[in-house]
Design a protein around this ligand. Structure first.
Ligand code: DHB
Length: 368
């Protein structure tokens, strides 16, 4: 393949540091997608260039700049956290390079550049469903505890507005630093407040620490339920959380236990290729993001520049391992089912077992 017959995808991920599980999951998913679908598309050889941004937004930005200027990538992808996605957005706009956001989930990200397309989810999308479920299930008084940055603030606001609309009450809203959080003093405060439930958003990889301290303080035994978007019962960590996690109800777009043929095949292949690692919601964002890129390249017959590729990403509709998904052509954001799930034991392992679904949910953050 001559240099101009190579199609380059610059995949920027946190491979080390606090968000390393996100990087590991997305890298594995992207490689699985390529192994299953080949590395030649519309006559072009696909080259994946993976960069570790350690989830420091200045580093993300520098790496994106190098990928655009030196490597001349056709597409930027990845973005483990919101600040990394936002730091790159102006570069995507200036260089007219599509930026496929596979992980970060603050509502406003897609508004930061017309070249951003998202295959993950948004926190408002996930948080509204649990705010509808809770008051119908005996949960009226809730304390919220969120990571103090974009997705946490989105989760807090959209949960609060909907719960209040449904007749519930927010007793207190607590915010914990995103970097090196110490949950102990916050959980102690929640214990003293004795709400019906504690709503938690922490980014992928931090859920196990919250669960451990929640159980160590006997908060479940004190009658306080743990609820939230499904980041807290992340499939990457869930099976190691212990039986104390049983019964926790969350709302999210992906569970490794999603009972479809497409998902069963995905989970099996992912585990086989990765030493039995279970895919989580980050993996599915990466896998579907690769599909969106491949299909855009096919649709443009390998000729696409940034604008043509972007146009071919808009409006894509297909069955993901999570269920049916749609890239809204107006917002470039993902429309998908949100599931209510309860942690249960299946074949000796803990899973988020889906028991209800809200179909085709658009990002509620876009309706402002
Ligand atoms: C973000 C990161 C996460 O790990 C997650 O689970 C949700 C959102 C973010 O930074 O946007």
């Amino acid at each position: 393949f001559a240099q101009d017959n190579i199609f380059k995808i610059g995949l920027i991920l946190p491979m080390t540091g606090q968000q390393a599980t996100t990087g590991r999951q997305i890298e594995a998913a992207a490689k699985l997608y390529m192994a299953q679908n080949g590395d030649t598309v519309a006559g072009k050889k696909i080259q994946l260039i993976i960069k570790d941004d350690t989830s420091i937004p200045d580093v993300t930005k520098r790496m994106a700049q190098e990928l655009i200027v030196n490597d001349k990538v056709n597409v930027l992808a990845g973005f483990g956290i919101t600040p990394s996605a936002l730091a790159t957005a102006p570069l995507a706009t200036q260089s007219k390079t599509p930026q496929v956001v596979m992980a970060a989930a603050t509502s406003s990200i897609t508004e930061a550049s017309p070249y951003i397309v998202r295959t993950s989810f948004t926190l408002p999308q996930a948080a509204v469903a649990i705010a509808d479920w809770a008051p119908k299930n005996g949960i009226k008084k809730v304390v919220t505890l969120v990571s103090d940055y974009g997705p946490g603030l989105d989760a807090e606001k959209f949960f609060k507005d909907r719960l209040t609309f449904n007749g519930g009450t927010i007793v207190d809203s607590l915010r914990v630093p995103m970097r090196n959080p110490d949950f102990a003093p916050f959980l102690q405060k929640v214990r003293d407040l004795k709400p019906d439930a504690l709503f938690v958003f922490v980014p992928s990889g931090a859920g196990a620490a919250v669960m451990k301290q929640f159980l160590e303080r006997g908060m479940d035994k004190a009658g306080i339920k743990l609820i939230g978007p499904g980041d807290i019962t992340d499939d990457d960590q869930l099976n190691d959380m212990g039986d104390g996690a049983l019964g926790v109800v969350t709302s999210h777009h992906y569970s490794a236990a999603h009972p479809s043929a497409v998902n069963k095949k995905f989970v099996e292949a992912f585990k086989k290729a990765n030493n039995n690692l279970r895919p989580n919601f980050m993996a599915v964002g990466g896998y579907d993001g690769m599909r969106v890129i491949y299909e855009a390249l096919k649709a443009t017959k390998g000729q696409g520049g940034g604008d043509a590729l972007l146009a071919a990403m808009k409006g894509q509709i297909f069955e993901s391992p999570r269920g049916p998904i749609f890239i809204d052509a107006q917002t470039r954001d993902i429309v998908q089912n949100i599931y209510l799930r309860k942690v249960e034991k299946k074949d000796g392992q803990l899973y988020n077992v889906e028991f209800d679904v809200i179909k085709d949910v658009k990002d509620p953050g876009k309706a402002r």
